[in-house]
Design a protein around this ligand. Structure first.
Ligand SMILES: Cc1cc2nc3c(=O)[nH]c(=O)nc-3n(C[C@H](O)[C@H](O)[C@H](O)COP(=O)(O)O)c2cc1C
Length: 220
């Protein structure tokens, strides 16, 4: 893997506002992209996400109707993904889900679980005071989901696939839609961000970024 090739992928990636609807991504390539999301890190390794790949045309149309930021993408993308975040209820230190991850996924013993949960409780109660405010807690959970989002978009760019992250939607409105469409259970999940994949319909204007020295500061 050459550094310059990796940087070229970053330079090439641009938020794709409209895809070429005739060009589909190979399933194997798409699974590679999803796998980079699955392997992403999260706070305490709790993986508070689910990636929902929407294939139903009628649902894509409804998502378009509910998401101002997905107007050109929802119906032209090759693959359209909803990144769901677990709710605070599921992510409390004493929840069944946390127990499941620590015991079944991470393979810890009962004693290790007890120690782990103590640390998580302190983190949630004192360090970040997540239990004081449901909204703050939910946003902390959603923050984790941007790591797989970034990884999937970069991985896609490295194999020549375009993408667009999308958070142009009304939160309450889209959550209601996804609950009523049977995509997620009320109280268990909330939509964090969407991401569309495919091939760009047309070339972009050159990418703009602030200068390196404006972005990076060294101390000492
Ligand atoms: C979290 C996030 C949410 C975004 N939401 C939308 C969106 O709803 N619709 C859209 O067309 N672009 C969306 N964008 C794309 C940004 O506008 C774009 O990434 C930014 O302008 C930089 O341009 P570039 O990605 O082409 O380099 C989003 C980007 C991020 C990171």
């Amino acid at each position: 893997m050459k550094k310059e090739d990796i940087l070229d992928a970053y330079r090439w990636r641009q938020a794709t506002k409209e895809f070429d609807a005739d060009r589909k991504i190979d399933e194997e390539d798409f699974e590679f992209i999803l796998e980079t999301g699955r392997l992403s890190p999260s706070s305490f390794g709790f993986e508070p996400w689910q990636f929902v790949v929407v294939r139903r045309e009628d649902l894509l149309q409804k998502i378009k109707d509910h998401a101002w930021g997905a107007q050109g993408q929802a119906l032209t993308a090759s693959h359209f993904v909803l990144i769901l975040a677990r709710t605070p209820e599921a992510m409390r230190h004493d929840s069944d889900y946390i127990r499941h991850v620590v015991m079944d996924v991470q393979g810890r013993t009962e004693d290790e679980y007890a120690l782990r949960v103590k640390r998580v409780r302190e983190f949630q109660e004192q360090d970040y005071r997540l239990l004081d405010d449901e909204r703050v807690f939910q946003e902390w959970i959603k923050r984790q989901t941007y790591i797989p989002l970034g990884n999937m978009m970069t991985a896609a760019a490295q194999i020549g696939i375009d993408s667009c992250p999308i958070e142009g939607f009304n939160q309450a409105d889209i959550d209601e839609l996804l609950i009523s469409e049977g995509v997620m259970e009320r109280g268990a999940w909330s939509l964090s961000v969407m991401v569309a994949f495919g091939h760009r319909a047309r070339d972009f204007a050159p990418k703009t970024r602030r200068d390196f020295n404006e972005v990076v500061k060294y101390i000492g």
